[in-house]
Design a protein around this ligand. Sequence first.
Ligand code: NOJ
Length: 960
Amino acid sequence: MRPILWALALAPFTLAVKHEDFKTCAQSSFCRRLKGIAKRQAESTSTFTSPYSVSPPTISDDEGRYTFPITSSLYPEIRFELRVDVLAEGNGIVRLRMDEVASSTGLRRYNETARWALVEAEPMLAGAGDSSVRTEKGKTVIRYGPKEAKLELEIQHSPFKITQSREGRAQVVINEKSLFHMEHFRKKKEKVEAVVGEAEQMVLGGDGVDRAWFEEEDDEAFEERFRQWTDSKPKGPEALSVDITFPGVEHIYGLPEHASPLSLPDTVGPHAHYSDPYRLYNVDIFEYLADSPMALYGAIPLLHAHSASHSVGILNLVGSDTFVDVEHTHTGVHTHWMSESGILDLLLLPGPRPSELFKQNAILTGTTALPPQWSTAYHQCRWNYVDETDVMDVQRRFDEVDIPLDVTWLDIEHAEEHRYFDWDAKHFPDPVRMQEAVAAKGRKMVAIIDPHIKKVDSFRIYSDAKDLDILVKKADGSNFEGWCWTGSSVWVDFFNPNSWDWWTRMFSFATWKDSTPSLFIWNDMNEPSVFDGPEISVPRDTIHHGGWENRDVHNINGMLFHNQTTQALIQRESPAQRPFVLSRSFFAGSQRFSAIWTGDNMGTWDHFAGETAMLLSNNIAGMSFSGADIGGFFGNPSPELLVRWYQAGAFMPFMRAHAHLDTKRREPYLYPEPTRGLIRDAVRTRYALLGVWYNAFHDASTQGWPIMRPQYVVFPEDKDGFAVDDQYYVGGEGLLVKPVTREGATTTEVYIADDQPYYDYFTHSLHPAQATPHNLTLSTPLSAYPVLIQGGSILPIRQRIRRSSPLMWQDPYTLIIALSKSGEAEGQLYSDDGTGYGYEGGEYVWRRFSLSLSAKGKGKKGGKGRMLRSERHPDSMEKEKERNGWAEKVGHVGVEQVVVLGLEEEPRDVKGARGERVEWKWEAGAAAGASGKGEEERASRLVLKKPGVGIVGDWQIEIS
Ligand code: NOJ
């Protein structure tokens, strides 16, 4: 029997978020207090100055580290400390940490966020002589970074203010608005209203600011109620407020996860688009709004501030509930960060361009793990495929209609009473047989393992975890219990190292006998979702390893769960195979372990339209392997919406269709033509381009580059593109995509920023280069959507699509060469076995393709001779072994066709790698260099058939 479906019981398809379940800033005592400072400051007529001041630094033994004592005139007896680290890597990353020192209460602020988020909790400091410090006239100036960058950190002593500048121009200012405030630990009897007697009031510099002004009376500072829940707040108030201004920029991006535009609109001031700050607090939100600053499932406290002349970034390592106000003014963008607890641990990423910001974030939080290649193909999910027959039926019916499929998913109903690891024997009597039958088709399965553990002694996962004493605790030391899909549940505390080996063991084939190497894992509900908890999560005063409250680590918690699952999958086989884990909750650093998706979206046009911006935000914050449920989780999308969603989904890094238990079945094979055919086309397009996607994943894994790149990243100087968030480039591959998200749209505009021709990926028609940025209006009946190849690109695609991607490993490639305005192009192909770690030891093939104008072999009538080359990718030199297992395995994989778009005229001759004549077909049409006024023309096409070259080894083909 199925337990009650809680979410359904709450509000079946009311299509509205339950606002009342989640706190606003005004309902959170810390946010109310900190926002109060900002409000009083904004309303005050006198000049308000920060009560904080710093003393000159003591220079520690470590070069590159400077420590400043800090005091607040409001609480002279409390000592704070600011530590500035200049980091060795990243061309001038600076880390600012501030904490209260030796509180008489004996309490400590949480200071371990970096341990989980960063690759190294203590990144290496810059060496001796790499930075210098000078203190004079009430300021300390630290110079650091590459000489030519002239990076400076100016720390004004009183009032406390930090300005980071490049070449004399301020780029980040901390505490410009004097909103910096670290609530010191205090005993309850000392609470604010008690200490601010008349005699104790301090007037600061005549501005009328006293303690009460700075810390308003708050009855909830030591105990807070939200609906029926009481938060015991044993440490009392410990909030942290910091204002960070980005002078000279008009756009800031980041702070995922929100259903908001990529360029973050204001939350305060005259142009406020939202009435509440952006909130970072991982929650299981039901039917979230399509345009809202409300918290969602994941949190990455990272921002890019961008202008045509510079880009800077910040990464604020805080894992507690955090609200961020944003306001644009004519001088720059102000942000005000309000966090419930934790130290200040702020990393300043100096840029100066988005490309460097990605590298800098990657140095700190790591890159996207190179996923198994099959996981970049198409995934079919549903809550739920009911039994083994259903699963096998899905395989068969996809094959019948010729739609490729790599992964079939099982949601919570596959597990007996939602006791994950225990299969429901009635519906899945032989899970191994089923997995092997699916694997025989070259496919994989993913099963869900949620973090809530059914609290029954007969369930081994529960009894083990209880015996090991690794469960999340209540304040009184007993195990925390809550309600989730499985009924009364407990949660493993993955902050506890004793849980790690045990969890790994749970996934070993010896322990989990019903699993096979082709079964992978979905970690859902890991915010964590607790149906009867405050804000559908665990109470903030539950306790994790080390005595830390959930309050301190809330946003990090979900990442530890999916990280441990990932480690378990890596360890279950020898030699290790690449894991695949999908997580719903995420934090800075999650990209090192898992893919994520945007949770329970709705099958509506507005949700669909908003997904691109959400995914772009994830991508620029490091979380590239992201996708959205195709079709929308809730509701029944119209065939038109479904087709458009598949077309968009084919260009999301993670491509999965999923649907709620209550929706109508919507596997593509169920639809009549033309819907089915259009979906087939979209999925097959993904498979044709899997090589291109893998290139982009490889770049993400080595460089930290986003896979989906918005306009401001690709064209950082083109102001008109800064707010564009409904189109994007796929990696550095030269593919520009714009999902059609308007119902009934027959035309779609695409913004082109550069002076290059663009070619329709599907029809090869040419949009000539134009000197100024412009919009193209493309015809987009339901069968068409904008996928354009930027002139100057070479795409390695495959034209034979098989029922799953691993079956395509030795199929030949076609090189699509889209000439630039000057008649050249380049591209790449990275390939490896797609599943193992041999690539780390050089077992891969990484080619750079280029088509360049050659000195000799001039064509007739002014036509130009060209050389098409395949050579080892220049970045590959160090690691790629000359002869390696993978190169040998794919030594026979050929290039079956080369298609050159935009040549000026038919060549006289084409000579293959061994000097032999290569057959070609020529279709006259427009040349890449053609000038146009935006009209679409047919591009000339030169098709070289069977050019006799492969994907391994150097070769060249001469076109003259
Ligand atoms: C919530 C997830 O977001 C959704 O994708 C899943 O189907 C349900 N939980 C049931 O597991």
